[in-house]
Design a protein around this ligand. Structure first.
Ligand SMILES: [Fe+2]
Ligand SMILES: [Fe+2]
Length: 287
């Protein structure tokens, strides 16, 4: 029991403890996290840092795009799930914001990249997409991004990749992954109810993928450029290892991307709730 964390189940947001989507908060303390917390590796840690730094604003975008259609949803179960999806994403945003502050305390400069990301993604692109394609397209992009987080979450439970994280970061990954799996169908089902068009779903995936991998490259680079002792040779060597690992974020992402094109695809086709709950019950205890 000693190594178990006490996750607080937020009152008022969880009506029953046996519901499928549970909102948990935790008072994170990142002070014991080492600088290279992922496999003691500069590149892998920088890739995670790059993603983490865009999570808080990215998750706000997911919430916005789903919330826009919340009143149009007739299915009462889905209405309830939308509220829980939003509540979980709010907690994820807070946790990653706290982690991003920890990165700044370690001396990393992240505001340059995050500021640019917010300006281009939300002040320019989001407005342009809504103007040209309507709000359905932002919902479709969110559905695609939620698919990426779901396949990465699945990978964190079904491969040994999470073992490479330092203890606190492992808990963060497990907690976020569990909740991504719990709500992975929500934005997809909202999109399906709003507009079931295959082309709309796929267009959102293509636009979202372009943005996501672009941000991953720029975000990772912005952290790597701050590593004065990291040589280009080490980068090439580490990149080779990332690409050759079938469970790396890139290769899992590619498999997830392809699976989304199946016309009858649904996020719940893969039932990974059991493994997610089993794995996290070893670490967490809800109170
Ligand atoms: Fe999330
Ligand atoms: Fe999510």
């Amino acid at each position: 029991m000693d190594n178990q964390k006490q996750f607080k189940l937020l009152q008022g947001q969880n009506r029953q403890l046996n519901q499928d989507i549970l909102v948990r908060s935790f008072n994170w303390d990142f002070s014991n996290v080492p600088r290279y917390y992922l496999g003691n590796n500069v590149l892998r840690t920088s890739m995670f840092n790059g993603l983490s730094s865009i999570f808080p604003d990215g998750e706000k975008f997911f919430i916005r795009s789903v919330k826009y259609f919340a009143n149009e949803i007739k299915d009462t179960k889905l209405q309830e799930e939308i509220k829980l999806f939003i509540a979980q994403e709010v907690q994820h945003g807070k946790a990653h914001e706290k982690f991003n502050h920890f990165l700044e305390e370690q001396g990393y400069e992240i505001e340059g990249f995050v500021g640019l990301f917010k300006k281009i993604s939300f002040d320019i692109l989001e407005k342009l997409i809504v103007e040209i394609f309507g709000h359905k397209m932002t919902l479709s992009i969110t559905s695609a991004m939620e698919h990426y987080t779901a396949v990465w979450a699945n990978n964190s439970f079904t491969s040994t990749i999470t073992e490479d994280f330092s203890p606190t970061m492992k808990e963060l990954v497990y907690w976020h992954s569990l909740e991504e799996i719990e709500h992975k169908h929500v934005s997809f089902d909202v999109l399906k109810e709003v507009d079931d068009d295959y082309l709309l779903r796929i267009s959102g995936m293509l636009m979202g993928t372009f943005a996501l991998y672009g941000l991953l490259v720029v975000g990772t680079t912005s952290f790597l450029l701050q590593e004065k002792n990291y040589s280009f040779f080490s980068f090439l060597k580490d990149m080779g290892k990332v690409i050759s690992n079938r469970n790396s974020i890139i290769r899992v992402g590619i498999r997830g991307f392809l699976s989304y094109f199946k016309p009858d695809f649904h996020p719940s086709d893969i039932d990974d709730r059991g493994i997610a709950k089993d794995r996290t019950s070893l670490l967490f205890r809800a109170v």
